[in-house]
Design a protein around this ligand. Structure first.
Ligand SMILES: O=C(O)C(=O)C[C@]1(C(=O)O)C=C[C@@H](O)C=C1
Length: 364
């Protein structure tokens, strides 16, 4: 390519950037207008709701449907995700609590779902995220709920039994783990490997093969593990990209998770109900009486009405020995007439039924 061709292309890029800049600014002004309209339409004394997850899901889906490349759908949606995040911040900057410290996969999930224009607050434990949301100190919380290799995150499920919380979104994140060390650490000097228990479990086979005799130490999060090894010459951490970058660590080995499709699903929790989008999921908690066939009775209405269950999890109910609650996720919104009827049917047999929330299926 000649210098002249390159110059001409850069002139074109400059001119396109100017148009994009103008269009983004136009869009941001529109969002400011939206905020004005939302405030004007408000009955006296009510708090305006600026964040509209159902609308955001529609915007991102529309972008993906219309995209003709060369950028991929996910890439394009990610760009629009950030534009929308900045537009919302003009209306109202969202405050989001997540399972910290900084650099955790939960923080990465929060950014993937809300974009980077939020005020994010790391919390030390899952229960603290719930409490922060319940206290109204933040608008939303982000917590992990299940991993494709290791299963349910029980702390999160149990927190739903203790707090009245609405699930208003979900996001899935591909989890890649790396073996990270500080500047002066050599491969053969490692005598301890820190990580979160779930991450150690997700890399169990790799660790057995490469570091069978090295002590594995479970800590509160992978970011906490990364933070520790920064100052220790004989230890390593298992953590992801964000933590590696944040603490300036070196990757001794990359993508060491045992399963290449290792993914974690995260939930957004708040107090705001989300209207239907036509492509939603619902999460419920049900407790049945302790009698033979109870689980069958619970599942029959879903089967008979052709409702797609995406997950069922059992946890001790905490209100009696050997009694259980079921966490069930299924496709549909609790305001859909068919889902309404099914929930009605189940509640007649159930000891208790609580809808945790209906929310748009993850777009990104
Ligand atoms: O449509 C709205 O209600 C808006 O506030 C605009 C907008 C956007 O930028 O598209 C911004 C924030 C909302 O969460 C959803 C969409």
């Amino acid at each position: 390519m000649s210098e002249q061709e390159l110059k001409a292309l850069r002139v074109r890029i400059d001119s396109l950037d100017e148009k994009i800049l103008e269009l983004i600014s136009d869009r941001a002004r529109c969002a400011q207008e939206v905020a004005r309209v939302k405030m004007a339409a408000l009955p006296a004394g009510e708090e305006p709701i600026f964040y509209r997850p159902e609308r955001e899901a529609q915007v991102l889906k529309r972008v993906m449907d219309r995209n003709q490349g060369p950028l991929g759908n996910e890439e394009m949606a990610r760009l629009f995700r950030e534009i929308m995040s900045s537009c919302l911040a003009l209306e109202q900057p969202l405050k989001v609590a997540y399972l910290g410290p900084e650099g955790t996969f939960t923080q990465a999930a929060a950014m993937k779902h809300f974009g980077h224009a939020v005020i994010s607050k790391p919390m030390a434990a899952i229960d603290e995220v719930f409490r922060e949301v319940a206290a109204g100190a933040v608008n939303f919380g982000v917590v992990p709920v299940e991993n494709s290799t290791e299963g349910a995150v029980n702390h999160t499920l149990d927190s739903f039994l203790e707090h009245d919380m609405v699930i208003c979104g979900e996001v899935e994140l591909r989890i890649h783990h790396h073996l990270l060390v500080g500047e002066n650490t050599k491969t053969d000097s490692i005598s301890r490997i820190y990580s979160h228990a779930q991450s150690l479990a997700q890399c169990r086979k790799w660790l057995d093969a490469h570091y069978p005799n090295v002590e594995r130490v479970a800590v509160a999060s992978n970011a906490e593990a990364a933070k520790r090894v920064k100052g220790e010459w004989n230890s390593a951490a298992i953590a992801g990209d964000m933590a590696a970058g944040l603490y300036g660590l070196t990757r001794l080995a990359e993508k060491i998770e045992d399963r290449p499709d290792n993914s974690t699903r995260f939930l957004m929790i708040g107090s705001q109900e989300v209207p239907p989008t036509g492509d939603d999921k619902t999460s419920i908690i049900v407790s049945m009486s302790n009698k033979p066939g109870a689980l069958h009775e619970l599942l029959v209405p879903f089967h008979e009405n052709g409702i797609d269950l995406t997950r069922i999890e059992t946890r001790p109910s905490r209100s009696g020995k050997w009694t259980y609650v079921f966490f069930i996720d299924f496709i549909g919104h609790h305001r859909d007439p068919l889902i309404k009827a099914v929930l009605e049917q189940i509640s007649q047999e159930a000891v208790a039924l609580k809808v945790l929330g209906s929310y748009p299926k993850a777009v990104l």
